[in-house]
Design a protein around this ligand. Structure first.
Ligand SMILES: Nc1ncnc2c1ncn2[C@@H]1O[C@H](COP(=O)(O)OP(=O)(O)OP(=O)(O)O)[C@@H](O)[C@H]1O
Ligand SMILES: [Mg+2]
Length: 286
């Protein structure tokens, strides 16, 4: 079960995305930036871990399949978000970055480099599923992150990611099916797909894409059995996807209230966690 406290935290973050220029100025602030294929989201929490602000921008292909493809536009988006947050009274100067599951070495470091180039001090670099598990408070299970470009599976045991995979089927593929069927652009298909009034009509059409995502999950979990799946990422918002996952995998499937916001909030919380650890260590050496 997803804890009520996790859902409440997510709802608080969702309402903090409406920046109204009345920043709490409740420093210190801890920020996390999630650079994704479809959206870039910055989350800001206070010293108690409560969400206080956030910014969400459609990022359009600056990141794809776990790689930063358009470095300059990714930097531009982060800079713009930092500016917006400053104008609203949230003076963030540092933030943690995150990389998709399976990204290693220099490719993972690039996610931190984008933040540094946007003028932020990089306070940490964490993998996305670990960030998600901090919000959902999962010690054991699989985080299934269905984003814009990919479906990521990460198996968590005793709070640690022990297996991870990311395959290229995501929201873009759902858009392509809708666009092909109605002979419309993918932008129009995206609008239809995210319109809650149209989702039940679209469901039979897009179900095969969800089945494909579920088969990816089932395949990867064959060697790494778990009891529960936790759905995160924007595509997990589509009503009915959780039933498809449940039927195809035979596992119990949990979905938080705002799947799209889990990872960014977790990145910000990881930043606070690091700070607490460091101040605890300094306290001990004093
Ligand atoms: N309400 C909704 N219903 C269905 N799909 C949605 C909804 N809201 C967002 N999406 C889809 O979620 C996707 C973006 O999710 P997310 O922000 O998790 O991806 P990302 O992190 O940018 O991509 P990736 O993880 O693949 O790099 C888009 O394809 C978008 O169309
Ligand atoms: Mg993502």
């Amino acid at each position: 079960m997803i804890k009520d406290s996790a859902n409440q935290l997510l709802l608080a973050f969702e309402s903090s995305l409406v920046l109204n220029g009345n920043g709490h100025r409740c420093e210190p602030l801890f920020a996390g930036v999630d650079l994704g294929t479809a959206y870039t989201v910055t989350a800001v929490v206070d010293a108690a871990g409560a969400p206080v602000a956030g910014a969400l921008t459609r990022s359009r292909s600056s990141v794809r399949d776990g790689l930063v493809l358009d470095y300059v536009s990714a930097i531009g988006i982060v800079r713009q978000q930092v500016k917006l947050l400053h104008e609203a009274g949230f003076h963030i100067t540092s933030a943690a970055a995150a990389y998709p599951p399976g990204t290693t070495g220099r490719n993972a470091q690039t996610f931190a480099n984008v933040l540094a180039a946007a003028g932020l001090q990089v306070s940490g670099l964490i993998d996305e599923p670990t960030a998600a598990s901090l919000v959902l408070e999962i010690a054991d299970g699989a985080v299934v992150d269905i984003g814009g470009g990919t479906t990521g599976i990460s198996v968590i045991r005793n709070g640690e990611v022990v297996y991870t995979a990311d395959e290229a089927t995501g929201g873009i593929h759902v858009d392509l099916v809708i666009a092909g069927h109605y002979k419309i652009s993918t932008d129009e298909a995206e609008r239809m797909k995210t319109d809650s009034q149209q989702q039940s009509t679209l469901f039979p059409l897009v179900r095969p894409v969800f089945q494909k995502m579920a088969s990816i999950v089932r395949h990867h979990l064959q060697q790494h059995p778990v009891v529960s799946l936790y759905l995160v990422g924007g595509t997990s918002c589509f009503p009915g996807i959780e039933q498809v996952m449940e039927m195809e995998t035979g596992l119990s499937v949990e979905r938080p209230v705002t799947p799209l916001l889990v990872t960014p909030l977790g990145i910000a919380l990881s930043c606070l966690k690091t700070e607490r650890k460091e101040s605890g260590r300094m306290g001990k050496t004093r």
